[in-house]
Design a protein around this ligand. Sequence first.
Ligand code: C2E
Ligand code: CA
Ligand code: CA
Length: 280
Amino acid sequence: AKSEGRNGYVFHCAELDRAVRERVRVNDELQAALRNGELTLHYQPQVEVPSGRINGLEALVRWNHPRRGLLYPGAFIPIAETTGAIVGIGRFVLEEACRQIKRWQAEGIDPPRVAVNISAAQFKGAAPLDQQLRETLARYDVDPALIEIELTEFALLESTKANSDTIRRVRELGISVAIDDFGTGYSSLEYLRTYRVNRLKIPQQFMTEVAIESGDAAIVRAALVLARELGMDAIAEGVETPEQLAFLLSAGCRNVQGYYFSRPVAVEALRPLLDDGVIH
Ligand code: C2E
Ligand code: CA
Ligand code: CA
């Protein structure tokens, strides 16, 4: 870098340099992780209340790092999104979910629908998303009714005809579509006009104070009304306490995901829950 004796500038370049090198390193490690099978999926049950029936599982990626141990997505997904590694990760997640569905079926388990998170890059990728999904599900011979995709409002940033066509074609395949973290992005209401989706996921951040009749309670109730009026399902995320659950039940929300019922767990730990089919 050109320094010309200006210390501030030199410092800035060194910092930038470090950040870039760090990203390159994590990216290289991620590519190797994909090749070496270090990525794995945990599954978090989606539960219908009050029956306790498990009617879905969200697949959440984990990285079994050879030196650093089990890493959560916060430690690598944001970097993967800037380097493009997220595309390979997304492909792995979809394929692994399909393989797991087939494994469960081979073991005589009737698996619930599995929801996979789709990043913005994957949504806007070289091949249209519906084509990626159709090709992968056909390759693994998986019933599309067993797959849901979760899109954040970030992925949907421009509410364009092309995006809404993609979503329509995904749904025509028989795959359901959820908007993740509804209400935390920009112009959410505009999305509801443009995009026809099956489900709204009401984010964890609105759950913190629902039980004490704060603004959160009003927002969650309003989101539930919106979903109902538009003929969509709703599911509340991040439900941790009996008070939150009681509030949701009183507000007519019948689908819940959160630590109250189960953390995301590895396949072996999920087994007894799937055998029962219900959680209480
Ligand atoms: P998300 O899609 O909103 O996933 C839900 C996150 O909330 C998960 O964190 C889950 O462990 C956590 N969670 C669930 N229930 C509770 C609860 O009751 N209380 C609290 N405090 N947290 C709860 P996780 O697994 O660390 O994932 C974080 C984010 O990383 C996800 O947020 C998603 O945006 C991203 N992510 C995870 N897996 C994938 C993936 O396969 N592809 C992509 N593109 N992103 C992923
Ligand atoms: Ca999600
Ligand atoms: Ca979410």
